[in-house]
Design a protein around this ligand. Structure first.
Ligand code: ADP
Ligand code: MG
Length: 407
């Protein structure tokens, strides 16, 4: 495992160029690998909706991560782009060309599946050579290219073996090698690492970034692992129940989720969602938290209200665990700072910090308290947070904190 990691580090920069052969394409045709999806939709047999109509443009060279739970339509989307399934509606345009009726083979893309599809009766060498032969690469150049790719992915010692004798990680690396050997302009990855254990997964993730860096290829990587998405993506497209909920860079997905689902699917430990009511209070407004054992309320200024049009009523307050702080002793009388009371149930030390699990009646809260918190299990603590960072979700589970910001 260590060997793999070290090699990944040393090979990091040149790898993408070696493996994808950046200069092997005439006059930069990789630059044309933009994928445009318009109104693209798929209904499977028996009326099962795989994908509701989506609009998405994936710029050439982007690493887009498609993130969603099992059954959210990720594979459906990828198979449509690959041409393995036909859409029920909508268009796929790659490099300016409508893909309707274009076979997978003629789309100049490669796909890697969760269970690597290798030819069981061929050696690793022949598995890597196959796509090159199939594309009519000059015979003399094939062995050199196979060795180049195998070296970059550290599978050179395996070239004479058969797929049956390989470990899961090795098979997955061969599958990646097969996909990139002929330097396609688009690479589609359908959860290729999900069955591997975490250290191997991390090593292959490094490889993936290496592959992408400097290659110019457009890469669409499907995963259900939000951490993998946050750490690797240029942009993340969040899918749930066949719907594209949001597409944006990792920071905007994490800090400004468009809806309750995205807010709670992304982030670990997950966001705290606290039912609240906002009521008029004299000239201003007040937030009431009544579902806690210690009900509490605090004033809220007009510019911090979740929504301009319907500012009153029931909302959910979203607070990431790192937004919560212990408010011990800092509250001046008459202060309008928000506050929540809860009992420390458990402290979880993870090396870098302590995560506190708190309860208030049947409600639970999670707070990241830094490396050396002073609180103890069993203690009742007062928590506070910066109200300007709070997220709000309305009855339709839409985020309503950002609407009032200037576009
Ligand atoms: P994911 O890859 O995110 O787990 P899928 O795209 O495989 O999700 O599936 C999305 C939905 O479409 C699911 O409800 C799934 O059961 C359904 N589905 C996928 N493929 C087929 C198929 N070939 N026939 C019928 N239903 C399918
Ligand atoms: Mg899938």
């Amino acid at each position: 495992m260590i060997r793999v990691d070290l090699a990944a580090c040393t090979l990091r920069l040149p790898l993408g160029m070696i493996v994808l052969g950046r200069n092997s394409r005439p006059n930069g045709s990789l630059a044309l690998a933009t994928i445009e999806l318009s109104g693209l939709a798929k209904t499977h047999a028996r009326g099962v909706v795989g994908l509701h109509p989506i609009e998405l443009e994936i710029p050439s060279g982007e690493l887009l991560v498609v993130l969603g739970p099992s059954g959210s339509g990720k594979s459906t989307l990828l198979r449509l782009i690959a041409g393995l399934d036909a859409p029920t509606a909508g268009r796929i345009v790659i490099a300016g060309r409508d893909m309707a009726g274009v076979s997978p083979r003629d789309r100049d893309l490669a796909m890697v599946f969760q269970s690597p599809a290798l030819y069981p009766h061929l050696s690793v060498f022949e598995n890597l050579a196959f796509p090159l032969r199939a594309r009519g690469r000059p015979r003399g150049s094939i062995a050199g290219r196979v060795r180049e790719v195998a070296r970059a992915l550290e599978i050179e010692p395996l070239l004479d073996r058969g797929p049956a004798s390989l470990s899961g990680g090795e098979r997955q690396r061969v599958a990646l090698g097969r996909a990139v050997a002929r330097a396609p302009r688009i690479i589609l990855l359908d959860e290729p690492f999900s069955s591997l254990d975490p250290p191997l997964r991390a090593a292959l993730r490094e490889r993936l970034l290496d592959l992408h860096r400097g290659s110019g290829a457009t890469l669409v990587h499907v995963t259900h692992d939000q951490q993998e998405a946050l750490t690797t993506a240029d942009r993340i497209a969040v899918l749930n129940q066949g719907r594209l909920l949001q597409c944006g860079d990792p920071r905007s997905i994490y800090e400004r989720p468009a809806d309750r689902f995205t807010a709670s699917f992304v982030g670990s430990p997950p966001i705290n969602l606290i039912p609240c009511r906002i009521e008029a209070d004299g000239d201003g407004f007040r937030v009431h938290v009544e579902s806690f054992e210690h009900p509490t309320s605090w004033p809220i200024s007009g510019d911090q209200l979740p929504a301009r049009d319907t500012p009153l009523g029931a909302f959910e307050l979203g607070l990431r665990p790192e937004m919560l702080r212990i408010a011990a002793g800092e509250r001046a009388p008459g202060s309008s700072a928000p506050r929540l009371f809860a009992i420390v149930d458990r402290l979880e030390y993870n090396g870098a910090e302590v995560v506190a699990r708190l309860t208030s009646g049947s409600r639970t809260l999670t707070a990241r308290l830094g490396a050396n918190p002073t609180v103890r299990p069993g203690e009742t603590v007062e928590l506070t947070f910066d109200p300007s960072r709070a997220m709000w979700f309305d009855g339709l589970e839409r985020a309503c904190s950002w609407a009032k910001e200037p576009a």
